[in-house]
Design a protein around this ligand. Structure first.
Ligand code: SF4
Length: 205
């Protein structure tokens, strides 16, 4: 896998922490740096994906997915995870060091995004959309259950609870459309009017 862009991880971790680019601190920088180094040692990045050229039922029955995929020639269901050891470390910090836990947790999210972007860039050379995860734009997280039945990510140690929570928690699961380019935007986001990121002049992506 190609090298990570550390600056992307910093930027996104600060975003998840709710800091604007002007309010960074050496103290948080140090915790982010330590977290990245720790993740380099313990993360077990893994993935699973499958290509489709027809609409699965949960897509066919929801106009939001249909609009998202409109113009795509095919799509992938994808799942990427940092593995169980990362969850264990978050739990450990939640008991031993709350401040570290909050920063570590944010870095985990940013680290997963960065590795997932790298994975896509190395494996897919077609035009493509961003990763649309069930739960965006008013879609139901219950759709993850449909995706799990197909991808069977238990094979790589990822399970889903009845509550639709994926375990390990540091897991991303969604849809990528191919044959057109589409970047994430706030346009159709269902929490646009009350979004805390936007209130601070930021976005979540
Ligand atoms: S920044 Fe806020 S409104 Fe925009 S996509 Fe992210 S969560 Fe939605």
């Amino acid at each position: 896998m190609s090298s990570k862009n550390i600056s992307n991880i910093y930027d996104l971790a600060y975003t998840y922490l709710g800091y604007s680019s002007l309010s960074r601190s050496p103290d948080i920088d140090k915790l982010i740096d330590e977290s990245i180094k720790e993740l380099d040692k313990i993360a077990q990045f893994n993935y699973i994906y499958q290509d489709f050229d027809y609409y699965l039922d949960f897509i066919k029955n929801n106009q939001v997915y249909l609009d998202f995929l409109n113009g795509s020639t095919h799509y992938y269901l994808v799942l990427m995870t940092l593995g169980k050891r990362v969850d264990d470390r978050v739990k450990y910090y939640s008991i031993t060091d709350m401040k570290k836990m909050v920063v570590f947790d944010a870095v985990c999210g940013a680290y997963l995004e960065e590795l997932s972007d790298n994975f896509e860039n190395e494996n897919f050379d077609e035009l493509r959309t961003y990763r649309f995860c069930p739960g965006y734009q008013g879609t139901k997280t219950a759709d993850l259950q449909d995706i799990f039945k197909i991808l069977k990510p238990e094979r790589i140690g990822v399970n889903i609870l009845e509550s639709n929570l994926m375990v390990p928690l540091k897991t991303m699961c969604g849809i990528i459309g191919f044959g057109k380019k589409m970047k994430k935007s706030c346009g159709k986001c269902d929490i646009k009017d009350k979004c805390e990121f936007r209130k601070r002049g930021m976005t979540c992506y």
